[in-house]
Design a protein around this ligand. Sequence first.
Ligand code: FAD
Length: 563
Amino acid sequence: MLTYDILIVGSGGAGLYAALESRMEEDLQVGVLTKVYPTRSHTGAAQGGVNAALANLDPTDTWQDHWFDTVKGSDYLADQDAAEIMTREAPMVVREMEHWGCPFSRTDEGKIAQRPFGGASKPRACFSADKVGHVMLHTLYEQGIRHGVNFLNEWQVLSLMHDGQRCQGVTAINTQTGRVHTIQAKAVILATGGHGRIYWTRTSNALGNTGDGTAIAYRAGLPIKDMEFIQFHPTGLRRTGILVSEGARGEGGFLLNGLGERFMSRYAPEKMELGPRDLVSRSCETEVRAGRAGPEGEVFLDLAHLGRERILERLPQIRELCIEFEGVDPIEEPIPIKPTAHYSMGGIHTDLNGQTSIEGIYAAGEAGCVSVHGANRLGGNSLLDILIFGRRAGKHALEYARNNSFVPVDTGQEEADTQMIASMMEGDSGASIADIRRGMGNLMAEKVGVYRNGKDLESAVSELADLQEQFKTVRIQDKTKAFNTELVAALELKNMLDLAEVVAVGALERKESRGAHTREDHPERDDENWLAHTMAAMGDDGRPKLDFTPVTITEFEPKARTY
Ligand SMILES: Cc1cc2nc3c(=O)[nH]c(=O)nc-3n(C[C@H](O)[C@H](O)[C@H](O)COP(=O)(O)OP(=O)(O)OC[C@H]3O[C@@H](n4cnc5c(N)ncnc54)[C@H](O)[C@@H]3O)c2cc1C
């Protein structure tokens, strides 16, 4: 049996920062287990920026401005104590990244460059051209290697184990051998990223963003929070959903409808293209519904007026993606775009230290929900969240592991998981993984998308239950043990189906419109009845059961949200 004092699941920004924090002070056994090679983690795809009120561009910017923008952006669902910690500590972690060698773009005076981002009152997104996630991930990985972090690459966690009170560890399959192992750990930090892939056919997320850690925690009886809040990013490429960063609008890009009008003047006359994402995505969809779309139901992002030089200097990767995946060069013509499922505001419920309801089990990053983003995340705040709360989870787990002993664990879960895989490998398939996955993605995009209503949501819940039944008949055709990607896909699909169901049930239950959750049949925000977090737990029948808990309000009373 493998044993670690602290096991971190996931090697994106949150997992790596947690690993560094838990490695630096103490000689404990710390392992990072990840299903993809660390530098392939999704953090590396982040393009536009990480927020911190450094005031390098606008000297009047303060962390308090950042705090308020975050709470307002969240449509007042963020916990204000958590948002305060994040925004107050932001300059410190960004400077720490800088000292570790992260190559940020620079102002003429040599300071870290900052650009405007949606929903922000001041330009505070620190960037590195349009590759900020890439440089952050590589910097953190280098530091991990330097500090002797132990990596288990290409291992996939299957189950989380606890005795009802304290952490015992996990089971995981080594993809290189196909063998399931028990890994005992005093503390486990789940940093497995988001679940945007539940919108399979319409998302900006990497293939691996299947919400594994969140689903595993849910099945292990830990509450998951605010799952109905899924962010749609307004500027996904029309045919693939691949992201065109908000940095493109931060640099001065215009949104145009099929008639060539800058339509944001109808919806956010002050902020225009730099309104928050929920508002801009709704505006794009409204233009399409009003018959003012392009020929394929798209609207357009126009960058051509920025000029060749600026596009090549600030947005080189965006240009390449547009040429490769849409056949359009933004230097010459507008980019066809559609909103794309982008970010999971909900996740595993934690306190301010990343601690879940079970001692020794932590969650951080997009997999977790300390609730700094509430009903709508601001661009640039996720990379910040993973640094701040990855760090806090690592720090707290270190303290916990130092002061607690191992909880005994047997191999019962390992045997159950081995048996579950063996039965999936036996016989011929009744249903196809690809068909179920496509069905799930299509129905989520159509019925649990930017605009939602009770009738569609009811039908989504029932169709997802059917897909769950079909999944029980899935059998793996590829019988090899090593690098069985069909098995990986099946295990991920199981996780996505569980989470898609929680998202749809939560959306059906929440009878108001707030942030990214827009109900056509309940168009107003309803603070009297719905200023609350949704907590989902798996019931005895395997279906989600919902409960609600209050939002922490310390400074800003909810008020109407205009831009
Ligand atoms: C295209 C794109 C651009 C973005 N740009 C920005 C931006 O400019 N600014 C910003 O603030 N945010 C941005 N975001 C959001 C931000 O990048 C992510 O929210 C953030 O990087 C998530 O980091 P993470 O560490 O939580 O997870 P990830 O980076 O997704 O890492 C998850 C890790 O978990 C591992 N894992 C998953 N499941 C398992 C399992 N079962 N077993 C073992 N390991 C597992 C994976 O291997 C991976 O290492 C962007 C998102 C997208 C999609």
